[in-house]
Design a protein around this ligand. Structure first.
Ligand code: HEC
Length: 428
């Protein structure tokens, strides 16, 4: 009995008492739930956003309260795939244990509204979705073939921009969200490729265009899970004079007759507002050391490693791993000449539908001579629920969803002393 007087025990009682107070406190929409939804959900769940429904009003949220509690409890929403014990990101979307509990408690106690609400008529929506410098759209509605096959197309989007600009933000806007599977944006300044508009990749007429030197072969890669993207203030990617965009679109197979007219929003500025020019560094399948990149059916797991050596000091802004349906887990890091390890990204449960451009909180300085390493594992057995074939079939490199890829894409700027400590500012 002596023990009970020890300060430790008192502290335990005190904590238990405080906890019981917190647990019995009322959880209301206006005081507790709304701030969580505003912070973590509205960026996608607003009327023009990528999610299928809005969560802007009490009614929107109340109607789906149980479902919201379930998907947040499961960690399915907000969607976030990168392991936060490996590296943190500016655009990280993770609910705290307390926030998840608040949502659950709210459902259990009857989804109370709390104090009288001023229902914003969309005023809290993220304004940056509204203010691009130019809004581009495919020239016409495209009728997606209904032959149940993957369809790869080129589209040509004239910008009518005659002088050099710098891109500070980009948003690819899929129109038919069920069918648009990915899109790669390239830049042509020659004006000689306009005839590619609407051509299938399988069409031999494409050969007429493929020898034209493009001004930018990889301006941006959109995959499901990627939304509006902004560079830090003062950073920009060059858009040369007379640029036109080429979209390399991939439509998912279907037997339905459907149309698409996707678009691109560009946020532009003048060179005088830009202090750092953004470029891309990519590890491709050709960087894989244990070739061939062939993922045999029913073999598990299949590991690949790719690497590249930097010939100058770079400051990474973002990292984006890319693979298809057989991908299982990925890890990327840099090893400096001094043997230091710089964590870049780790994904423990790869999901093709939730690929993201991961934005580092601060610039990551990777010195010249460093090796960038990407490790990937693939599961081509029938235990992989995303496997497109039952029974599984051998897979190898290719652009179709049923083929595989292993890419690591960085936006970077050339390193400047002090970059490690640079406070990045964003307009949103
Ligand atoms: C990055 C964008 C994004 C964010 C942030 C986001 N969602 Fe979603 N949400 C989606 C998309 C897209 C879908 C539809 C696709 C799907 O279900 O996977 C969806 C689907 C859902 C569904 C339906 C799930 C189903 O199985 O049909 C619920 C419920 C939901 N979200 C709740 C939330 C809540 C609550 C939050 C915040 C805690 C949130 N979402 C944050 C994009 C987002």
């Amino acid at each position: 009995m002596k023990d009970i007087k020890s300060p430790k025990i008192y502290l335990l009682f005190l904590t238990a008492w405080l906890n019981s107070f917190v647990l019995t406190a009322q959880v209301t929409y206006s005081a507790d739930v709304k701030p969580i939804i505003q912070k973590h959900c509205i960026s996608c769940h607003h009327p023009e956003g990528p999610a299928p429904f809005s969560l802007e009003s009490y009614a929107d949220v109340q109607k789906r309260a149980k479902f919201i509690s379930y998907v947040t409890g499961q960690g399915y929403m907000p969607p976030w795939k990168a392991d936060s014990t490996f590296q943190h990101y500016r655009n990280e979307r993770i609910l705290s244990a307390n926030e998840i509990q608040q949502l659950r408690k709210w459902v259990e106690t009857g989804t109370m509204m709390g104090s009288e609400l001023e229902e914003g008529n969309g005023s809290q929506r993220i304004e940056i979705y509204r203010k691009p410098t130019v809004k581009l759209e495919m020239n016409a509605k495209f009728e997606i073939p209904s032959n149940n096959k993957d369809d790869f197309r080129f589209f040509y989007l004239p910008t009518k921009i005659k002088s050099e600009k710098y891109i500070t933000g980009i948003e690819f806007r899929p129109d038919n969200k069920r069918r648009v599977h990915h899109s790669r944006l390239m830049i042509d300044t020659t004006g000689t490729i306009a005839g590619i508009d609407g051509l299938s990749e399988m069409d031999t007429a494409v050969y007429r265009y493929q020898n034209v030197a493009l001004a930018d072969e990889f301006l941006y890669g959109w995959v499901p899970g990627n939304f509006v993207f902004r560079f830090p203030k003062g950073f920009g990617r060059r858009l040369p004079a007379n640029s036109n965009l080429i979209l390399n679109m991939h439509y998912a197979p279907s037997v339905l007759k459907e149309e698409d007219r996707s678009g691109v929003h560009l946020y532009l500025t003048e060179k005088t507002n830009i202090s750092r020019e953004v470029k891309t560094y990519i590890l491709r399948e050709s960087n894989i050391s244990n070739q061939p990149f062939e993922i045999r059916a029913n073999e598990k797991p299949t590991f690949y490693m790719s690497s590249g050596v930097l010939d100058k000091d770079l400051s990474f802004i973002t990292v984006q791993p890319h693979a298809h349906l057989l991908g299982k887990s990925f890890r990327a890091f840099a090893i400096t000449g001094d043997g230091d390890l710089i964590p870049l990204v780790k994904i423990n449960d790869w999901d093709f539908d939730w690929q993201t451009t991961y934005e580092f909180k601060q610039l990551i300085h990777v010195p010249a001579g460093s090796v960038i390493v990407m490790e990937g594992s693939y599961d081509n057995t029938s235990e992989n629920p995303r496997n497109p074939y039952f029974p599984p079939r051998d897979a190898a490199y290719g652009w179709r969803t049923v083929d595989e890829m292993m890419n690591l894409i960085f936006y970077y700027v050339d390193y400047k002393p002090g970059d490690e400590k640079l406070e990045l500012e964003y307009e949103d």
